[in-house]
Write a protein that binds this ligand. Structure first.
Ligand SMILES: Nc1ncnc2c1ncn2[C@@H]1O[C@H](COP(=O)(O)OP(=O)(O)OP(=O)(O)O)[C@@H](O)[C@H]1O
Ligand SMILES: [Mg+2]
Length: 304
């Protein structure tokens, strides 16, 4: 659905995107993550046809973004980072206005359905100026869907919202996938990505650090760690002994907790159990740590 190769963007002397490669497959939810200023909005504006690349190739829904005359030539729905609406218009008027401003006219029945779907049916006749952030964001998602695009590009749809508002937006994103849409959304909230994404792309300093299915990232990108807790402080010599076991890469002991990084979880767990019983070391807890995307993100960003 999206294929970006060696994308560059210069703002006068500033080199904001330094050769981005990115692939979004049809029907998936793609989480585009990066810290402030990493280049997420710059990339997404190019994908939406709002800004011209200064180098590289960018195919969106089969169309080369360099060849379009107007952003509306792209069959996509776009939610900008800070959607702006006329405060005096009602939600219904806003969607009617936005739906008809392009060379297409949105179906009035579809507009009503959309308002219901984003949970704004009861607020349809209220002025947008009085809307909460969450309501504005949901109205923005409805606006992106006015012309029934198959691809949605959402710039930070959930970042500025409270947990309830975020959960609501994430639910809508999951439903978009159920409807057969393809979604790419940016965020710096890694927990949101873990909850809904199929594929994750990490950008830092205008470069892609990693792009992989979420499941593969969770499996491949971090060595397994076992946290072993003893009812009393560990004897001093344990660290050296553990390090001598095959497959043990690192040992960190803090008080009663030993954090043991290993190569392979399965063989290491058997070996560790065997070692602990042989040394007659009592343990109160033995568990493999569950890594979060945050661990992986920090590890990748630190490595640059
Ligand atoms: N129009 C512009 N002119 C000059 N520099 C720009 C322009 N737009 C963006 N930049 C710079 O490009 C870099 C990437 O900005 P961008 O807005 O893409 O980051 P972002 O990842 O979306 O950040 P945030 O999480 O804060 O939204 C930043 O250093 C920014 O200052
Ligand atoms: Mg941004």
């Amino acid at each position: 659905m999206i294929s970006v190769t060696n994308l560059h963007k210069h703002f006068q002397t500033f080199h904001a995107l330094k050769g981005i490669n990115l692939q979004v497959k049809q029907g998936e939810i793609y989480g585009f993550i990066g810290q402030n200023g990493s280049g997420k909005t710059t990339t997404m504006n190019i994908l939406a046809g709002l800004s011209r690349p200064t180098g590289g190739k960018c195919i969106v829904a089969g169309i080369d973004v360099k060849k379009i005359k107007h952003p509306s030539d792209l069959p996509i729905g776009y939610l900008p980072e800070e959607p702006k609406f006329y405060p005096w218009m009602t939600a219904l008027e806003t969607l009617e206005y936005l739906g008809n401003s392009k060379n297409k006219k949105a179906d009035p029945e579809w507009i009503k359905e959309l308002l219901g779907w984003v949970g704004l049916f009861d607020a349809a006749h209220r002025r947008v100026g009085g809307f909460s952030r969450g309501m504005r964001q949901r109205l923005g998602i409805a606006a992106a869907l006015l012309h029934q695009p198959r691809l949605l590009i959402l710039d930070e749809p959930s970042s500025a919202l409270d947990p309830e508002g975020r959960a609501e937006v994430l639910r809508l994103i999951l439903e978009l996938k159920e409807m057969g849409k393809t979604v790419i959304f940016s965020t710096h909230i890694l927990n949101d990505v873990e909850r809904v994404c199929d594929t994750v792309g990490i950008i830092a300093g205008g470069k892609m650090l990693l792009e992989k299915p979420l499941k593969a990232i969770q499996k491949d990108n971090l060595a397994p760690i076992f946290d072993v807790i003893s009812p009393k402080p560990w004897p001093a010599e344990v660290k050296q002994k553990l390090l001598q076991l095959p497959g043990v890469k690192r040992v960190e002991i803090r008080g009663v907790t030993a954090a043991i990084t290993v190569e392979d979880a399965k063989t290491a767990s058997i070996r560790l159990m065997h070692f602990l019983s042989k040394e007659e070391l009592a343990i109160s807890k033995f568990r493999q740590r569950k890594h979060t995307l945050e661990d992986i993100f920090l590890q990748e960003v630190k490595a640059t």
